[in-house]
Design a protein around this ligand. Structure first.
Ligand code: FAD
Length: 293
């Protein structure tokens, strides 16, 4: 930690937190602590910070709402860059600009207040816009790839605008998983009445009612082509499988719940599921969740 002690003084406008706890800031609720978390207040200071961290070889990673990550148990001698202060929202016709730190809930409320539909499928997905774009989050009907026009990002310290094509969206993937930071995005909505938006919100909310409650990362694995990872896991008899405090949900095979375990417990359970599913079905599951740091 001492080697980064100068960071807060060097970047006084960034909000710093020492001894940042991953378990307190992730939905899975496990993982160790990081030396520092840094929350820049605008894109320019985020870029300056990232240039400095790169030049000095200071390890760093990005964190949104922490809803799709599995942080390591070991202490992280580095900086967690967070985007919560990049929370600008404005509408220009049917286009919305949302900062990377805008939460899914805030995005929906804003869109609704401006008579813009098209985002209702995101209801109930815990996320920030930055994390949602990085993971191409969504449900069958709508993913971020369907609503994103352009993204403002930071690539190798330079602020850049990425077109939809540049984002290379695919199933639970985008170019931002290669380390480009999302700082904001222009999203396309569709003029809709409050009544239509409310009806669609209700429909999507109802579809999520069956999802398991408790600490999780949502779905752990990407659905293989033409199949469902949850069903494969169930068919292999793995519902309820447990390693320490980590357990496969009995309601949904693709959810791992943390009942007071460690990241190592979750990791070992993930490895066990992959091994068993491949042995019994020949299908190698791809992890959706991202390891940190
Ligand atoms: C109960 C539950 C239900 C869920 N349901 C769904 C669902 O229906 N559909 C779905 O798609 N997902 C679902 N998820 C997963 C999760 O909500 C999404 O993946 C969401 O997009 C994660 O956003 P986040 O802000 O939490 O990102 P994080 O989990 O914080 O980060 C995810 C990845 O993005 C990176 N990242 C974060 N912010 C940025 C940024 N600004 N720039 C660059 N990289 C960044 C991180 O380093 C990490 O690699 C669910 C999760 C939970 C816990």
């Amino acid at each position: 930690m001492e080697q980064f002690a100068e960071l807060p003084a060097r970047f006084p406008k960034v909000v710093w937190e020492r001894g940042f706890s991953f378990s307190r800031h992730t939905t899975i609720g496990c993982g160790g602590t990081a030396s520092f978390a840094a929350s820049p207040g605008d894109t320019e200071s985020a870029a300056e910070l990232l240039v400095y961290l790169r030049k000095r070889g200071i390890p760093h990673c990005f964190l949104g709402a922490g809803a799709n990550v599995l942080p390591a148990d070991a202490p992280f001698e580095g900086v967690v860059v967070r985007f919560g202060r990049l929370n600008t929202l404005y509408a220009d016709g049917e286009t919305l600009f949302a900062g990377a730190g805008v939460t899914g809930g805030a995005l929906l409320r804003f869109a609704c207040a401006h008579g813009l539909g098209g985002f209702e499928a995101f209801t109930g997905i815990p996320m920030t816009v930055g994390g949602g774009i990085t993971m191409n989050a969504g449900v069958a009907e709508t993913h971020f790839s369907d609503v994103t026009a352009t993204v403002i990002g930071i690539e190798r310290g330079k602020i850049t605008t990425l077109s939809h094509r540049d984002c290379a969206f695919s199933e639970k993937f985008s170019i931002f998983q290669s380390g480009i930071a999302v700082t904001g995005a222009y999203l396309k909505g569709k003029a809709s009445s409050l009544c239509e938006i409310s009806r669609r919100l209700e429909t999507f909310r109802a579809k999520r009612a069956h999802l398991p409650k408790g600490r999780s990362m949502g779905c752990v694995f990407v659905n293989p082509e033409g199949d469902s990872a949850g069903r494969l896991i169930e068919r292999c008899g793995l519902k309820g499988a447990r390693v320490g405090g980590a357990v496969v949900s009995k309601e949904h095979g693709n959810f791992i719940l943390n009942e007071g375990g460690t990241s190592a417990d979750v990791s070992t359970l993930i490895a066990l599921i992959k091994r068993e599913v491949e042995r019994k079905t020949g299908i190698l599951l791809r992890e959706e969740v991202r390891r940190l740091p």
